[in-house]
Design a protein around this ligand. Structure first.
Ligand SMILES: Nc1ncnc2c1ncn2[C@@H]1O[C@H](COP(=O)(O)OP(=O)(O)OP(=O)(O)O)[C@@H](O)[C@H]1O
Ligand SMILES: [Mg+2]
Length: 226
C-alpha cells in the first residue's frame, strides 16, 4: 500500500499551494507522488455536487441535509479512487489530496448542531472508509487561517471573479466552519498548521516547512527506502 496525505482547510486557506509544494518536495526525494483534488469538477462523478452548489436542490446550503450532501461528495471520491488513483496507491505511490472525506467532516458539521457532531463523524468515517472502502488517510494537515483574514481575502477574490456560489462568505459562516474544523482536528487527530499569524498570511515556505517537519516527525515513511 502507498500513503495518503490530505491537505485540508477552509476556502482559500492555501490547500492547492501547499499540496503542490509538498508534491515537489516528496518527488524531489525520489518518491512516486500524485496529487488529487476534490471535488473533481471535471468529472461526471461530481455532477450532484455541482447541482447542489448551483442551488438546484434549493438556494441555501441547509436545503440539502448533511447526510445527503455528504453522499454527493463521497461518491465523487469513490469514483476517483476507482478510476484515477486507486491502483497507483495500491502500488505504493504517495497520494496527496487537496480536500478529502475531511472536507465533509468540516462542512457538514458546520451545518449540524454541535451535539450531533460526534454521531455525524462516526457515521461519515464508517460510510466513506468502511462501506465505500476508500483509503483512510495516513495524515491530515489542517491549514488554519484566522476567519477575519479569510473573509478579507475571499471578499477580494469574489469581487475579482464577480461571482459567488451559494455558500455566502460572511464572517458568521467562516467562524462556524472554523469552529467545526478545529473540533474535527482535535477529535480526528489532524495536525493543525497556522496559515496566518497576526492578521496576515504566513509565507508559503514557512507553512511548507512546518508541514514537512510534521511528516518527518510522524515517521510516515520511516525506514522505507524512497
Ligand atoms: N501563504 C500564502 N500567502 C499568501 N498568499 C497565499 C498563500 N498561500 C496561498 N496564497 C494565495 O491565496 C490564494 C488561494 O490559495 P490556494 O488556491 O492554494 O488555496 P485553496 O485552499 O486551494 O483555495 P480554494 O478553497 O479556493 O480551493 C491563491 O491566490 C494563492 O496564490
Ligand atoms: Mg483549491
Amino acid at each position: 500500500m502507498g500513503k495518503l496525505l490530505v491537505i485540508e482547510g477552509l476556502d482559500g486557506a492555501g490547500k492547492a499551494t501547499q499540496t503542490a509544494l509538498l508534491a515537489e518536495t516528496l518527488a524531489g526525494q525520489g518518491r512516486k507522488v500524485r496529487v488529487v483534488s476534490y471535488p473533481n469538477y471535471k468529472s461526471d462523478s461530481s455532477a450532484l455536487v455541482r447541482m447542489y452548489l448551483k442551488g438546484e436542490f434549493g438556494p441555501r446550503p441547509d436545503d440539502v441535509n448533511a447526510y445527503a450532501a455528504s453522499a454527493f461528495y463521497a461518491v465523487d471520491r469513490y469514483a476517483g479512487f476507482k478510476q484515477a488513483w486507486g491502483s497507483f496507491y495500491a502500488g505504493g505511490g504517495v497520494v496527496l489530496a487537496d480536500r478529502y472525506t475531511t472536507s465533509n467532516a468540516i462542512h457538514q458539521c458546520s451545518k449540524l448542531p454541535e451535539d450531533e457532531w460526534e454521531s455525524y463523524v462516526v457515521w461519515l468515517e464508517d460510510f466513506e472508509y468502511h462501506k465505500l472502502g476508500i483509503p483512510v488517510p495516513d495524515g491530515v494537515i489542517l491549514l488554519d487561517v484566522e476567519p477575519q483574514l479569510s473573509q478579507k481575502l475571499l471578499a477580494e477574490r469574489y469581487l475579482e471573479a464577480g461571482k459567488k456560489d451559494i455558500h455566502e462568505q460572511d464572517l458568521g459562516y467562516l467562524l462556524r466552519s472554523r469552529k467545526a474544523a478545529l473540533w474535527c482536528a482535535e477529535r480526528l487527530g489532524w495536525h493543525r498548521v497556522a496559515g496566518s499569524q497576526n492578521g496576515a498570511m504566513r509565507s508559503r515556505e514557512a507553512i511548507a516547512n512546518e508541514i514537512e517537519r510534521i511528516i518527518i516527525k510522524s515517521d510516515l515513511f520511516h525506514t522505507e527506502a524512497p
